[in-house]
Design a protein around this ligand. Structure first.
Ligand SMILES: C[S@@+](CC[C@H](N)C(=O)[O-])C[C@H]1O[C@@H](n2cnc3c(N)ncnc32)[C@H](O)[C@@H]1O
Length: 299
């Protein structure tokens, strides 16, 4: 019997991609976040070439070739902007302002990459990733024609716009005015999508029992950065705003913490608010490596 090949470590995105654990897009975004340049990525891949090239190797090579100028631009931008997403904020208001400034600059540079670096600035890659999130929500019965949805940390509004034809209303909230300006343009065809600025401190402005779905796609890690009190206020506000049977869906709960700590938080929220924890830490997507949590208010 052949021994199982060793599982590549987390600091080897190329190995993880070749082993089928992450997509080529996510592998490239992880390398960019590790400050590897486009040329460095191409050289790294060349060292892993086999004869004939494996299909996953070829997919990575093709993507690098197709997005090469964008990879160079994004790698310079990642180095310039810095990445301190996992660092806790000392003051929640100042922390939210700092995060808003980061995203104001990011959206001016590349709207698609500002919400999903793994899109590599390509609208088609982002559309594929958005579609897999929508399909997953749909398969879980979370999209209904009569549903009212909060898109928490809506960014450029790619999810608000994608949800719009499927639900009754969408409210997109964000701390970044730059993101909201881009979202207003993208959601302009949908009068039942409302976009508003939030201080990022709580969800106190939401009416009680007014929503069927609170969706936080890759925004909760920034709320976590603002500290446990801000997290607790957001969870309590979301639960208060949900109708019976409604769901809080968090896709990526934190950055840089281990998955057991995230799952423990989700269990604690469920216990504190009488929610059913239906999904705790799955990675349901093929393109994006987002981790899913679904908490449902009993019907
Ligand atoms: C990585 S982007 C994701 C945007 C969008 N959910 C998507 O997936 O396309 C994170 C977004 O969360 C927003 N954000 C960060 N902290 C926030 C907070 N406390 N309240 C609301 N939005 C926040 C950022 O401004 C940014 O637009």
């Amino acid at each position: 019997m052949q021994p199982n090949p060793p599982v590549p470590s987390d600091d080897d995105p190329v190995g993880l991609c070749l082993a089928g654990a992450i997509s080529p897009e996510v592998a490239l975004s992880r390398l960019l976040l590790g400050h590897v340049t486009g040329a460095g990525i191409a050289a790294m891949l060349e060292q892993r070439r086999s004869e004939p090239p494996a299909p996953r190797w070829q997919a990575l090579a093709d993507l690098i070739r197709a997005r090469r100028p964008e990879l160079e631009r994004l790698s310079a931008e990642v180095v310039r902007a810095g990445s301190n997403h996992a660092r806790p904020a000392t003051d929640p208001l100042a922390g939210a302002a700092e995060i808003a400034g980061f995203f104001d600059r990011a959206v001016a540079n590349s709207p698609e990459a500002s919400v999903a670096l793994y899109s590599l600035g390509d609208p088609a890659i982002l559309a594929t990733a958005t579609a897999e999130i929508l399909d997953w929500l749909d398969a879980r019965g979370l999209l209904r024609a009569g549903a009212d949805v909060l898109d928490l940390g809506c960014g450029i509004g790619r999810l608000s716009a994608a949800l719009a034809p499927r639900v009754r209303s969408v409210l997109g909230l964000d701390v970044s005015e730059g993101m909201l300006a881009e979202a207003r343009t993208r959601c302009a065809p949908w009068p039942h999508v409302h976009l508003a600025h939030t201080s990022g401190q709580d969800l106190d402005g939401l009416a009680a029992s007014s929503l069927d779905l609170v969706l936080a796609v890759d925004s909760f890690p920034y709320i976590v950065r603002l500290g446990p009190a801000v997290v607790a206020r957001h969870v309590a506000g979301a639960v208060r705003a949900l109708r019976p049977g409604g769901a809080l869906v968090v896709l990526n709960l934190s950055y840089g913490r281990d998955s057991a700590a995230d799952a423990a938080d989700a269990r604690a929220w469920a216990a504190a608010h009488g929610l059913a924890l239906e999904v705790a830490g799955e990675r349901p997507f093929a393109l994006w490596d987002g981790t899913a949590y679904v908490l449902r208010r009993p019907g």
